[in-house]
Design a protein around this ligand. Structure first.
Ligand SMILES: [Ca+2]
Ligand SMILES: [Ca+2]
Length: 385
């Protein structure tokens, strides 16, 4: 499923107007999706809780670790946050990155790239670049295997002049090495952010960044006549965590059930599978909370024939605005997507994107055997009575 474009109501406009204007932006922290890796650098996500070592992350639980034998680690990370260029004036801002490296003592430059349909159609465009002063001689990183913060003042670059400053853009962070060949290393990076240090926007507090939501494969909640499960709790799925459709603050995250959804934009061959314990044999309505399909996907229970879904099959009855990008609204909606006879016991629901499927966003599902009026992330507790 992808993003439904829908006219937003004046009521939502008023609610948004009351929120403080965002200034500082956490670009990367708990969701890292490497998109381009150069010089054989391997970029992987590392979870401090999973490895049982709190020192592998500096902020929250998740960091990225970059390793290669040739040095010069060069990686572009995809869309972990959005921003308006007007909110982070280059001369009034500072970019910051926590790093920890055992041997790589080169220098990094941070480049901020952005994407906006209709303006950067050839792919993301570079808008800011900043040399990172890592704390060592001449700005080099300190290779003592301790966490340090590199800082730099960004300057306008690339397509900055021609891009709209007051529209929310999807961001990409590119760590570009400026020297440091032939140094085999492991380098952790965490919490990359732009902080406004001067001017009128410097006093605006940053919104709380995302917290990491861990998948619980097969988890579900059930009551009399209903079963609810999170899209992100599939027993199998191949969608990466970052991307244009991810929420980018904790406030946005809290609008989603369990604080996360299965989402990605432009991801070919999307697949997901969920295992559901159906409490009673019977006829159920399957509800999905997500966004209107962009292109087509298909679903099936167990080995039943596939059923294809497109925009005309997704008729929302409940809407919540997640984020207003100016040029589109990211929203999450409930819609009934079919009726099914299911036997008591474990049943498997499978989903596949079809070639024209432009993206996936699914928050959760609910199977109900009784009439239900969905409302946001509230579970149908009334059915349990
Ligand atoms: Ca982190
Ligand atoms: Ca969810």
């Amino acid at each position: 499923m992808g993003i439904a474009l829908r006219k937003w109501t004046p009521l939502i406009a008023l609610a948004l107007a009351a929120q403080p204007v965002r200034a500082d932006v956490v670009l990367l922290d708990e969701y890292w999706t490497p998109e381009i890796s150069v010089n054989d650098v391997v970029a992987t996500e590392i979870d401090a809780k999973e490895v049982g070592d709190p020192t592998v992350a500096k902020s929250g639980d998740i960091a990225a670790v970059l390793t290669n034998d040739t040095g010069w680690p060069n990686v572009r990370f995809r869309g972990a946050a959005t921003l308006k260029l007007a909110d982070v004036p280059p001369g009034d801002s500072e970019v910051r990155l926590w790093y920890r490296t055992d041997k790589w003592d080169g220098k990094w430059q941070l480049q901020l790239w952005v994407h906006r349909d209709g303006l950067t159609d050839a792919g993301p465009a570079k808008v800011l670049e900043a040399p990172f002063a890592g704390g060592g001689d001449d700005g080099k990183l300190l290779a003592d295997d301790e966490w340090h913060q590199a800082k730099g003042v960004p300057a306008a670059a690339g397509d900055y002049a021609r891009l709209l400053k007051d529209e929310r853009l999807v961001t990409f962070v590119w760590l570009v090495p400026m020297d440091g060949w032939d140094k085999s290393h492991g380098a952790y990076v965490d919490r990359c952010e732009i902080v406004v240090t001067k001017g009128p926007k410097s006093s605006v507090p940053a919104p709380k960044p995302l917290r990491r939501v861990r998948s619980k494969p097969g988890a579900q909640t059930a009551g009399a006549g209903w079963v609810w499960w999170e899209a992100e709790d599939g027993i199998e799925q191949n969608l990466p965590g970052g991307g244009a459709y991810g929420p980018d603050t904790e406030a946005q995250q809290d609008l989603l059930s369990n604080g996360w959804w299965l989402q990605h934009h432009g991801w070919a061959d999307a697949k997901a599978r969920w295992e559901v314990s159906v409490p009673e044999t019977g006829k159920y309505t399957l509800w999905a909370r997500g966004s209107g399909p962009d292109g087509h996907f298909r679903l099936r229970w167990n080995q039943d024939p596939w059923q294809t879904f497109g925009a005309d099959d997704f008729k929302p009855v409940d809407w919540t605005l997640i984020r207003d990008m100016g040029w589109w609204q990211m929203e999450v909606c409930w819609a009934p997507i079919g009726q099914v006879e299911l036997r008591k016991g474990k049943q498997t629901l499978s989903l596949e994107g079809l070639p024209d499927c432009g993206g996936m966003t699914i928050d959760c599902f609910c199977l109900t055997s009784k009439p239900w009026t969905p409302k946001g992330k509230a579970k149908p507790e009334a059915h349990a009575k």
